[in-house]
Ligand binder design. Structure first.
Ligand SMILES: Cc1cc2nc3c(=O)[nH]c(=O)nc-3n(C[C@H](O)[C@H](O)[C@H](O)COP(=O)(O)OP(=O)(O)OC[C@H]3O[C@@H](n4cnc5c(N)ncnc54)[C@H](O)[C@@H]3O)c2cc1C
Length: 349
């Protein structure tokens, strides 16, 4: 079977994969990883699930790609208060277990744990009971507590060494399943923008389904739903992205004096530090929605959200070099103007 990276990644770039294997349950995943360790010692192995947080390279890809697909058995997809297979969609979990703030984030529940995905005041780590991982070296499953996952802002222990799961030497554990704490039918709204959209005060409680509907509408207005999600246009190029391309930078408080007062500032976990809006920094550095560099036919900034780099041309799976160039220009300009380094959120291969 010939599969290109552009077929399995939401940004639609990347060339043919040499050795592609789809798996849809934990036992097939273990079997396949064990075979790779045995048959291809030392060769790089990379796990892709939803493919919504990856910018693949344009070059033909020599790696072994293991593609985690949603479960093929009813028990794995429906036993939501028990074990959720890592390849299942985050949104289906959000819908079934009332994680309303996370509604409409594309990708898998395993991928969400890896990057501690979040939106509208919540992160997946707020709801994780435990995470099952498979270690290719010891050939053993382990169950990790949230503390052992070392969750942080868009990060976790699984983000380390994420670009290179070499079959014979990487200590990186593969997430095979997650247990999630179901949320009640009414939820506290904890995010200003969401509260405003719902016409309530921050801290008010509302039915989860009402919060979900509002989150999906907000995401749709920003082009932040995956293609084909069921809202808007399935061929909407603003959705051909990796979502937000950069995290909100965490900077020392004293740096705020050097930033324009219009840049939104949020609390950060470390004392003496704050989080600043990456989208506002980018806009204030001169990159508006819909921006593209001269001579670029495919790469651009979404017309709906400054933080999303998009591939405007569904037929150009070689747009990766343009996207990298645009990324570099934006990062260099923001650094020069504001002395703030932007950190990419997706994995760049
Ligand atoms: C339109 C759009 C909107 C988005 N909005 C948001 C948002 O609001 N908030 C947010 O946080 N993110 C957002 N994202 C980014 C992305 O959807 C999330 O980060 C998602 O959780 C990634 O999951 P995935 O299955 O697609 O991971 P992939 O893209 O398949 O993989 C990402 C990384 O995780 C690793 N990985 C994946 N699964 C496993 C596993 N089981 N075990 C070990 N490693 C694994 C991969 O090797 C890779 O390094 C958005 C993306 C898009 C395209």
């Amino acid at each position: 079977m010939t599969i290109n990276f552009s077929d399995i990644c939401s940004i639609g770039v990347g060339e043919q994969i040499k050795n592609y294997t789809p798996v849809s349950n934990r036992l097939d995943l273990k079997r396949h990883l064990d075979n790779l360790v045995r048959d291809f010692p030392g060769e790089p192995v990379f796990v892709v699930a939803g493919g919504t947080n990856i910018l693949p390279s344009d070059a033909s890809c020599g790696e072994h790609i293991v593609h985690l697909l949603p479960s093929d058995t009813v028990s794995d997809t429906e036993a939501y208060n028990q074990y959720i297979w890592a390849g299942n969609s985050l949104d289906s979990v959000a819908w079934n277990l009332n994680l309303a703030e996370l509604s409409g984030i594309p990708g898998s529940i395993g991928g969400a744990v890896v990057q501690n995905a979040g939106a509208y005041g919540a992160s997946i780590s707020d709801f994780v009971h435990s995470v099952e991982v498979y270690d290719v070296l010891s050939k053993r499953y382990r169950v990790l507590s949230p503390a052992q996952c070392a969750f942080g802002y868009r990060t976790s222990i699984f983000k380390q060494n994420e670009q290179n799961i070499t079959a014979d030497s990487s200590p990186k554990p593969i997430v095979t399943g997650v247990r999630i704490i179901p949320q009640p039918d009414t939820l506290e709204v904890r995010f200003d923008q969401l509260a405003k959209a719902l016409r309530v005060q921050n801290g008010d409680r509302l039915p989860a389904e009402k919060v979900r509907a509002s989150v999906l509408e907000l995401r749709d207005s920003k082009g932040m739903l995956a293609p084909g999600f069921g809202f808007g246009q399935a061929d909407d190029s603003d959705r051909r992205s990796c979502g937000s391309f950069w995290t909100n930078p965490i900077v020392p408080e004293f740096l705020l004096r050097k930033l324009p007062s219009c840049i939104p500032v949020y609390p950060a976990d470390s004392p003496g530090y704050v989080k600043v809006s990456a989208a506002a920094l980018i806009e204030n550095a001169g990159f508006c929605k819909g921006f593209a560099l001269d001579g670029h036919a495919s790469a651009g900034i979404s017309s709906k959200h400054c933080l999303a780099l998009i591939n405007r041309d569904v037929n150009n799976s070689s747009a990766g070099h343009e996207l990298r160039e645009l990324k570099s220009v934006i990062e260099a300009t923001v650094l020069e103007r504001f002395s703030v380094a932007l950190l990419p959120e997706p994995v760049i291969l």
